[in-house]
Design a protein around this ligand. Structure first.
Ligand SMILES: [Zn+2]
Length: 252
């Protein structure tokens, strides 16, 4: 987990009993720090701080903007894959999570942390769930052309033409209901589509096992995005003063 190799091993004490910097092995004579619990001299600490990119507001905004770009790409990727292959199970959600996390880290210059993780997870969910809108529209367009629909491979949900009713999924009917209400303004239609899209992974639970699998895959994709955007575990304590009497060091 730790991305600071020079502080990754056990603490080191010199033969004389005085503390040494874990990184450069110099004796700690004046000011020192603790980095992830390891002793460090002032020079090595400031060097490490300089190497670590700062988490500023601008960094976060850039990370989010890149993340939104990644989410749009992910939405297109997910939708295109589902429409072209007609594969019902959304394994592409894993790639979407990876794509969004990669974009955020690119935008933030590698800075991560809790707020980046929350954004990554939310964007991954939004990208995958909102893919239901283009997929649903594409499905409806295919339904309108029976020749195309019957020549296409018979997917389980596509066999509704054979007479078995109640096979249309809830989000399909939600999308289907919208064009009929032309009086409604575009904003409310878009809002309804947005809500139906965001709810689609849960609405698809009514489809049984494949719905459960779909939801699990989304959460795995979100978990990938969460883990990738975690911040470096770098805890710097100090400064401490090392020039006190050697016996003063508390031994817990
Ligand atoms: Zn040092």
């Amino acid at each position: 987990m730790s991305s600071t190799p020079q502080f990754g091993t056990a603490e080191y004490k010199s033969a004389t009993g005085s503390d040494r910097c874990k990184s450069c092995q110099q004796e700690l004579t004046s000011t020192y720090f603790r980095i992830n619990g390891m002793l460090a001299c002032e020079k090595c600490t400031s060097q490490l701080q300089a190497q670590t990119p700062k988490d500023t507001h601008a960094t976060y905004v850039r990370g989010i903007l890149f993340g939104v770009g990644g989410a749009i790409s992910g939405l297109i990727l997910y939708s295109a894959f589902s429409i072209i292959t007609e594969v019902q199970i959304g394994f592409v959600a894993l790639a979407v999570g990876w794509l969004i996390a990669t974009a955020i880290k690119k935008g933030s210059n590698g800075v991560g942390g809790r707020r980046y993780q929350i954004a990554a997870v939310a964007l991954t969910y939004a990208a995958v769930s909102l893919s239901a809108i283009p997929i649903g529209i594409s499905y409806l367009m295919k339904e309108k052309k029976p020749a195309v629909a019957s020549s296409a491979n018979a997917s389980p949900s596509g066999s509704s033409a054979t007479g078995v009713g109640a096979s249309s999924s809830p989000n399909d009917s939600a999308i289907a209901g919208q064009p009929a209400k032309q009086k409604k303004n575009l904003g409310s239609i878009a809002g309804a589509l947005l809500i139906a899209g965001l709810a689609s992974p849960f609405l698809e639970l009514q489809g049984g096992f494949s719905g459960v699998i779909g939801l699990v895959i989304i959460f795995v994709g979100m978990r990938i995005a969460w883990k990738m955007t975690a911040g470096p575990r770098l805890e710097i304590l100090g400064p401490f003063q090392a020039n006190g009497p050697p016996a003063a060091a508390p031994s817990a």
